[in-house]
Ligand binder design. Structure first.
Ligand code: ADP
Ligand code: MG
Length: 344
């Protein structure tokens, strides 16, 4: 069941269902998605997806390969028309006033769309022309953006000579040229190494703080999802759960015991019988969630002599959240996915 328990600190927005916004005209969501449906032939890629995003949030769509993220992204960025349901960006229907939607929307695809042969400045000017910008205003805005993203000294260099991280920043600069109110980014950190990813996130947070822009991004990386204000966890075209990363983790309890054993399936059943705890055997280990799981360790070892190889205790992670909400691991889902290896 999707739950929507929290908003970023300071955002005075009560828990709500999308429909309730109609009665609160002052709190128009930046993005409102209701019952979206999209199929490719027989294959249902989006199966009734609903959520909304408050202005100024960084909202993540976390899901394994094939869960429908890019399809959803394509609808939000006006490239695909939904076959059912609706999506509104600051009250504008994405299927209706496409020009007005595009004016408030900045879009970055999973594969960067900058031209490697053009210089950084030329890439931005090119984009500006697409949005009807010209002359000194465009030149000033481009220079400001290159400055903001630490690319001022590379302004005259061909984009193809930039590092992967710099290309991503140029891509972001490009999406911001027409001062959109909402950015929609498909897997922005894919292909970046850990440090470039860190810099990208610094940029996103700074943008959020300085401009109040709303950011909606897709990811299949837990570390990235952990940095979002709120998340919708996607699985097989549906939303499994929604909330802030902290709230989602809190909901599933205080501690997770990971028990390594010779026969995890058998041990899981035996633990459940003996202690009455909900346990699962996944990825070759037994997992047990409990507010005070550490207290069970001595009992467990004594009850099953020789059968427990090792025990590890961790706070719950988004992996655990995914497992809890879907009944299978994120990793399992990725390898089972029909889209595995061919999804864009
Ligand atoms: P994600 O971005 O989360 O990997 P996608 O939206 O790309 O997910 O894919 C969702 C589902 O739709 C997958 O099962 C995928 O195989 C299928 N799909 C995506 N694009 C196409 C397409 N062009 N034709 C047919 N099936 C597609
Ligand atoms: Mg994708």
């Amino acid at each position: 069941m999707p739950t929507d328990t929290s908003h970023p600190a300071g955002a005075d927005v009560p828990a709500h269902t999308p429909a309730e916004h109609d009665t609160h005209p002052g709190s128009q969501p930046a993005l409102q998605v209701q019952d979206l449906v999209y199929s490719y032939g027989e294959r249902r890629a989006l199966d009734g997806v609903s959520f909304d995003v408050a202005p100024g949030e960084i909202f993540g769509l976390l899901g394994p390969n094939g869960s429908g993220k890019t399809t959803l992204f394509s609808i939000l960025s006006t490239l695909k028309r939904p076959q059912g349901g609706s999506a509104h960006i600051f009250g504008l229907d994405v299927t209706g006033a496409a020009d007005r939607v595009r004016a408030v929307l900045g879009v970055a695809f999973q594969h960067p769309s900058i031209d490697p042969q053009l210089t950084c400045t030329e890439n931005l000017h090119h984009q500006g022309h697409l949005y009807g910008q010209r002359g000194s205003a465009l030149a000033t805005r481009s220079a400001e953006l290159l400055e903001r993203f630490g690319l001022a000294d590379r302004a005259g260099d061909r984009a193809g000579t930039l590092s992967g991280g710099m290309q991503r920043r140029l891509e972001l600069a490009k999406t911001l040229l027409h001062q959109p109110r909402i950015l929609v980014l498909d897997e922005p950190a894919t292909g970046l190494d850990v440090s470039a990813r860190g810099l990208l996130w610094e940029d996103l947070k700074r943008l959020q703080g300085e401009t109040g822009v709303t950011i909606v991004l897709t990811t299949h990386l837990m570390q990235e999802a952990d940095r979002c204000d709120r998340l919708a966890v996607m699985n097989r075209g549906k939303i499994a759960v929604i909330g802030s990363p902290a709230a989602l983790k809190d909901e599933i309890g205080g501690e997770v015991l990971h028990i390594e054993a010779e026969s995890p399936d058998v041990l899981a059943v035996d633990i459940q019988k003996r202690f009455g705890h909900e346990v699962t055997a996944v990825d070759g280990e037994v997992r047990l969630e409990d507010a005070r799981a550490h207290r069970l360790v001595p009992e467990l070892i004594e009850a099953f002599p020789g059968r427990v190889r090792s025990v590890r205790i961790s706070p719950p992670t988004l992996e655990d959240v995914f497992l809890h909400a879907t009944g299978h691991t994120f990793h399992e889902e990725e390898s089972d996915s029909p889209a595995n290896g061919k999804s864009a």
